[in-house]
Write a protein that binds this ligand. Structure first.
Ligand code: BT5
Length: 324
């Protein structure tokens, strides 16, 4: 286990620990302890240092634990999980699973990380992924058909996230087409779907979810839109419980999507649509279209009403008129 990780495990009890005691416990010098703490601070973790008392995490921290997450899964969804790995540090959980997919991993395989050094959003954007208590999770799923059959999969994944939030007692959330989970209009989670395979099938998808649980303030300054984390909505929820709920709901949703596609999720998605019937701007690669958002069709395309006529769009970015 890397020194940072072991150190974090000791500090996670929320108590003060002197540099000397930490060094002795880990069999390293005080200066090695200090360097490791400093590097974790640079990665985003809030650590208090008080002369004479030592070091303490600014807030309690629960490291992700594979067995704890698996124990939360009931027999039903647990059987759908083919494996789960947790990394302390990784470039991107999505990229990792896209690469690992070539090794024959089965559907239902998860990768989680405490931090991502190159967390990815869509279209080359970044996902701010500091160490400090958020969830970065990817799931691999295989399909017999080609990528065209996966239209709507990222919308279904959004449903899984909102179902997990419901179970955790978080309400007032909504979905923004195609793939944002909002809470009172602020971005709480993002979904990145990546697909590879033959045009006529088979293909595989990696569904990546970044869910803000406890975002270190300093790292958050890199996010150029309104955001929120679970800690400020409903403090004190354990991260392993949150991760397990997400894993469970994703497994249930993916199993259903594989059988019957988006059809069973369309009404639920519409009921959560944050922009329904609002004046929006749809940003396409070469132009912008202003209209009224009329939610989604059966395939998950955005329905946009312009001068009384509704057209459907399979991709693009939506913002509220006046804001984008
Ligand atoms: C997304 O992209 O919303 C998809 C994010 C998916 C992240 C997960 S984490 C696990 C897996 N592994 C990865 O490498 N990625 C996935 P997009 O719609 O392009 O939104 C990106 C935009 O959201 C950025 O340009 C920022 O404005 C904002 N943003 C970045 N980090 C954020 C954060 N932590 N919380 C809220 N907003 C954020």
């Amino acid at each position: 286990m890397p020194l940072d990780q072991t150190l974090l495990k000791i500090l996670s009890n929320g108590q003060f620990h002197s540099g000397e005691a930490l060094g002795a416990q880990l069999g390293v010098t005080r200066s090695a302890v200090w360097k490791s703490l400093q590097s974790m601070q640079q990665q985003g973790l809030d650590i208090h240092s008080v002369p004479g008392r030592g070091y303490k995490l600014a807030r309690p921290f629960e490291l992700l634990e594979k067995n704890t997450i698996l124990e939360y899964l009931d027999g039903g969804s647990g059987q759908l999980c083919s494996g789960l790995e947790i990394h302390f540090e990784i470039g991107s959980t999505n990229r990792h699973l896209m690469q690992q997919a070539r090794t024959g991993l089965k559907s239902g395989y998860f990768c989680l990380a405490e931090q991502q050094l190159q967390g990815r959003g869509r279209r080359g954007r970044d996902w701010v992924s500091p160490l400090g208590g958020n969830i970065y999770l990817s799931l691999l799923w295989r399909f017999a058909e080609g990528p065209a059959s996966l239209a709507g999969l990222s919308l279904a994944a959004g449903i899984a996230v909102t179902r997990a939030l419901n179970v955790l007692g978080i309400t007032e959330h909504g979905l923004k087409w195609p793939n944002d989970v909002l809470w009172k209009g602020k971005k709480l989670a993002g979904i990145l779907l990546e697909v590879a395979g033959e045009a006529t099938g088979p293909c595989h998808a990696v569904i990546g979810i970044g869910l803000n649980v406890a975002m270190p303030k300093e790292a958050a300054s890199a996010i150029e839109q309104a955001w929120v984390d679970i800690e400020s909505i409903r403090p004190g929820l354990g991260r392993n419980r949150i991760a397990a709920e997400l894993v469970h709901q994703l497994l249930v949703v993916l199993a259903q999507f594989q059988q019957s596609g988006l059809s069973g999720f369309v009404d639920e998605w519409r009921s959560l649509d944050h922009f329904a019937n609002q004046e929006v701007v749809l940003h396409l690669p070469v132009r912008k279209i202003e209209g009224i958002a009329r939610s989604i069709d059966e395939q998950g395309s955005l329905c946009l009403e312009v001068e009384g006529k509704v057209s459907r769009y399979g991709s693009g970015e939506v913002s509220l008129r006046g804001l984008g």
